[in-house]
Design a protein around this ligand. Structure first.
Ligand code: F0G
Length: 525
């Protein structure tokens, strides 16, 4: 390498430029609790309060001492981190622990089997694959029955025990066909062509507009933002989206995707063609609170509609608890707070305690196919380092009769009060405050007609949300981000350790931002 390329930015250089233009090009050198530290010009550490919380993966804060101790012990004890394809009682204990908590919140005893993964998107894709396997096997069972029925009918016709119904012949027949055997062949050719067309159709997933479920080739197609999706649309799964406040539209959307195979029945000496429905909808994906899409809570009423529609069309529900779940909103499952029950649950982010990268997918027994375990695997999933850490996280959530859940609710309410008061004081600047527990969003009004020309200019770039975060960082040592698919909304997902002092600092900083946006001479650069 020549010296120039040694100096060059090679790790996502474009992104580094974007960070720099928004004033977010800080490098952090240490992290503890809700605080990240960066170095000032004279090398001293500058503390920055972290409201981004690792995109919601730090419910227990950065480098939580209990979790660090757990990790250290594991390394000191030389636990086998990678011993794939061997027994793993730690993973089993983790699965059992997840079941205990989920059973308590759902009031059910049906087992949920666990498949582990390394990231949120990967857990989502494990659920997608598991649901597709179940669908494919159900379709295959129908196709096998049809093949058997055709053979049975063929014999009956051949033996002179049955004749092809006139309407079946009229539908598929081509004259001349002299014998019943010829007629039967013509009809079954027609059936085979129809069925081949139906069986070649790809399945469809259902999801809500504004939803986000990851960025791998499958999961990105279930994430609503078209910018993420469309360049890769040819690669993988396809989804139909309905407006998040119109879940009743799921029914008509699913009806448009109906799949029908043709079968034959022999009755009273007549061979008739009948329709057999096959599942074409693989699964419905839903976040109890949309995160990346702008912090939008799913209402209890809409959750009920989703539940009813999915039950009516026998479509499994994958509840994506990756961001809202694991205690952040005051319960282990944010979905249980609104009465939504999943066939699948996916967890990631805080499951690794801010140290391990781990994720889990749960699937209830009634939807599970054991064959999946032989078809799906990952080198790093279910490893001996991350599973005990995840178990530790669950123990910390459940300790002292769920003190962590209560704390998330209480700290979230305190933060919410501050944000609500800001909205009340700056109604022309702040459009909305949303969310639950420690998953809150504050949406600014569109500033393209702001009093200040400087603000208008930034608003026209579409990057105002990021520039405001740059301002918060430079002027107030506060770190947060817009939700990436709804850039007027800033997200606040601090840890349980959030103090009143930190809320006060945010309050002061946001009031400054609101004042600047309202000021005809204001500038956020
Ligand atoms: N599902 C939800 C609800 C998420 O919020 C995310 C990630 C994922 C799935 C994918 O998880 O990144 O581990 O593969 N959300 C981030 C965000 C990117 O901006 O909130 P991943």
């Amino acid at each position: 390498m020549n010296s120039e390329s040694v100096q060059a930015e090679l790790a996502e250089p474009y992104l580094a430029g974007v960070l720099s233009s928004a004033g977010l090009d800080a490098e952090y050198v240490r992290a503890e609790g809700n605080t990240l530290y960066r170095r000032g010009p004279d090398e001293q550490e500058i503390p920055v309060i972290d409201f981004a919380g690792g995109y919601g993966s730090l419910l227990f804060g950065h480098n939580n001492p209990e979790i660090v101790d757990c990790a250290r012990r594991l390394l000191d004890d030389r636990v086998p981190v990678h011993a794939q394809f061997s027994l793993h009682s730690g993973a089993n204990e983790l699965a059992r622990s997840l079941n205990r908590i989920v059973h308590r919140e759902l009031g059910t005893t049906e087992p949920y089997f666990a498949i582990f993964a390394n990231s949120g998107a990967e857990a989502v894709e494990a659920a997608m694959k598991c649901a597709e396997l179940d669908r494919v096997l159900k379709v295959k069972a129908v196709a096998d029955e049809i093949a058997a029925n055709i053979e049975h009918a063929r014999s009956a016709v051949h033996d002179g025990l049955a004749e092809v119904a006139d309407d079946a012949w009229a539908r598929f027949g081509h004259a001349p066909a002299n014998t019943q055997d010829d007629r039967f062949d013509a009809v079954t050719h027609g059936i085979a062509a129809h069925n081949a067309g139906q069986l070649a159709r790809p399945p469809v997933f259902l999801a809500l507009e504004g939803g986000f479920h990851g960025k791998l080739v499958g999961s990105v197609q279930l994430s609503h933002n078209e910018d993420y999706r469309s360049p890769f649309a040819a690669l993988a799964a396809s989804a139909r989206f309905v407006p998040r406040d119109r879940p009743e539209m799921l029914k008509q959307t699913a009806d448009q995707e109906r799949g029908v195979l043709l079968d034959v029945v022999v009755h009273g000496g007549v061979v008739r063609v009948v329709e057999r429905e096959i599942p074409m909808v693989c699964a419905m994906l839903v976040e109890p609170i949309q995160g990346e899409g702008g912090i939008h809570e799913l209402s209890r009423a809409d959750a009920e509609v989703i539940q009813q529609v999915c039950a009516a069309i026998d479509c499994p529900i994958v509840v994506d608890e990756i961001q809202a779940g694991l205690g952040r909103t005051g319960a282990f499952l944010a979905s249980s707070q609104i009465g939504l029950r999943g066939d699948y649950y996916v967890f990631a982010k805080s499951l690794g305690g801010g140290i391990a990268k781990t994720a889990a997918m749960l699937v209830r027994e009634g939807r599970y196919r054991r064959e999946f375990e032989m078809l799906h695997s990952s080198t790093f999933a279910k490893d001996g380092f991350s599973t005990p850490i995840a178990l530790k996280v669950l123990a910390m959530l459940e300790a002292e009769e769920g003190k962590a859940y209560r704390l998330a609710e209480e700290r979230g309410a305190a933060l919410r009060r501050a944000l609500d008061a800001i909205q009340a004081d700056f109604p022309d600047v702040v459009k909305d405050v949303r969310g639950r527990g420690l998953m809150l969003g504050l949406e600014f009004r569109d500033q393209s007609a702001a009093a200040s020309p400087a603000v208008r200019e930034v608003a026209a770039t579409g990057f105002l949300g990021y520039v405001l975060c740059g301002y918060l960082l430079r002027r107030h040592d506060i770190r947060t981000f817009p939700t990436a698919s709804a850039v007027h909304t800033l997200r606040f997902e601090p840890s349980l350790l959030l103090t009143d002092g930190e809320i006060h600092r945010l309050d002061t900083a946001l009031r400054d931002v609101c004042g600047v946006l309202a000021d005809p001479a204001g500038t956020v650069a």
